[in-house]
Ligand binder design. Structure first.
Ligand code: MRU
Length: 377
């Protein structure tokens, strides 16, 4: 039975947002998440005491964004193990909670493998649970480190590609500390530029239908004190036409072996615009997002989400009027097309920035070399 509880602390305001953490109160271990569906209006924590609660939190996007999904998945396996639930069953449910971000299954499998190995070696379920938790903690820590390294590589690349005078960066969806153990992926690069005094402006796509740009990236940008401007997704074209964009920086949910990039729906049109306007289109993602097991873009499973997310505005605290609980903006019964992601072909991607360095041009050979180097295979 899924067990989630909400905790509110309206006064908590720090630069580094505590997006996920493991706690061990007397009642037993829990995974505490910052509920991203409530941002920016409220900072509410969601306390998960079992894997089904976490699966629900992942599906509802209370926790979202590729790297942190991996961390959450790993902690979810540890939670099941520590609380004595069926680990294989929990791992299967967690892995299937959302299909596109490969990091989720990478995180789940890593913790499950650690659990299995310790069980085989010691025959002791407590030791096996401790091994799963150690694997989750290691992934959490590594993601924070990867974040810092991606930021450094990304900033160096921007400085190399762009002339001085301050960078004007366009971003889509949300890629900051809400998606990571550290400061994120694409947003971490913008943040590094801001700290070095080299960010002139961050253009933030609102990212319909769930407004990750407006609700989450603007929230993170405001906290960091950077100059940022929010725009509707459809306004991006006129911004390029006006010569106001120096580079596009986005994250990724899965990068296929051929370099095709799945990211939040609306990324591909930005890549097309960027190419037409001769603007670099840069993807920032940890190596764990590269999936050698997915050969090309057509093989990436793109999550389809419920139509009500399009026919209603799902703003936090919206009065309940539509079938999904939001404000209806289309006649009742309207069919909607609502893929959560789209796929950008490698030829439109200027560079992929990872913690291990920059891949440019983006080719299958360069990605294989990167994965081999990073995984020591
Ligand atoms: O549906 P979401 O909000 O989980 O989508 C997230 C994104 O598309 C991010 O851009 C992606 O996970 C990269 S985050 C580093």
């Amino acid at each position: 039975m899924a067990d989630q509880q909400a905790r509110t602390d309206g006064n908590r305001r720090s630069t580094q947002i505590p997006v996920i953490r493991w706690e061990e109160p007397p009642e037993g271990p829990v995974l505490v998440l910052l509920d991203q569906t409530r941002l920016p209006s409220e900072e509410v924590e969601l306390v998960c005491t079992d894997a089904p609660a976490l699966v629900e939190a992942i599906r509802s996007l209370a926790v979202r964004g590729a790297p942190v999904l991996g961390i959450a998945g790993a902690y979810g396996v540890a939670l099941a193990a520590v609380r004595g639930f069926d680990v294989a069953e929990a791992a299967h449910a967690l892995e299937g909670a959302r299909p596109t971000a490969v990091n989720l299954s990478v995180g789940v499998r890593r913790a499950e493998a650690a659990h299995q190995a310790a069980l085989a070696e010691t025959g002791d379920s407590t030791e096996a649970a401790a091994a799963a938790l150690a694997a989750a903690r290691a992934l959490h820590r590594e993601d924070a480190e990867a974040s810092a390294r991606m930021a450094a590589h990304g900033l160096a690349l921007l400085d190399e590609l762009l002339s001085g005078g301050g960078h004007r960066i366009l971003t889509h969806c949300n890629t900051g500390s809400l998606v990571s153990g550290g400061e994120g992926t694409a947003f971490a690069v913008a943040l590094a530029a801001h700290r070095e005094g080299r960010l002139r402006r961050l253009w933030v796509d609102e990212t319909r239908p769930l407004l990750q740009g407006a609700r989450l990236t603007a929230y993170e940008a405001a906290r960091s004190g950077m100059a940022y401007t929010l725009l509707t997704d459809n306004a991006a074209g006129s911004l390029f036409a006006a010569g106001e964009v120096d580079a596009v920086l986005i994250g990724a949910d899965r990068i296929a072996a051929d370099g095709s990039v799945a990211n939040k729906v609306g990324s591909y049109p930005l890549a097309v615009l960027a190419r037409y306007h001769h603007v670099p289109f840069i993807v920032v993602a940890p190596v764990t997002t590269v999936d050698p097991g997915t050969p090309d873009g057509a093989s990436i499973e793109v999550e389809q989400r419920p139509g009500f997310e399009v026919t209603e505005v799902m703003a936090p605290q919206a009065p309940v009027t539509g079938v999904g609980g939001g404000i209806a903006v289309a006649p009742l019964g309207t069919q909607a097309y609502n893929p959560a992601f789209d796929v950008t072909p490698p030829e439109l991607v200027t560079a992929i920035v990872t913690e291990e360095g920059v891949v440019s041009p983006v080719t299958a050979e360069a990605l294989t070399e990167l994965c081999t180097r990073s995984r020591g295979a």
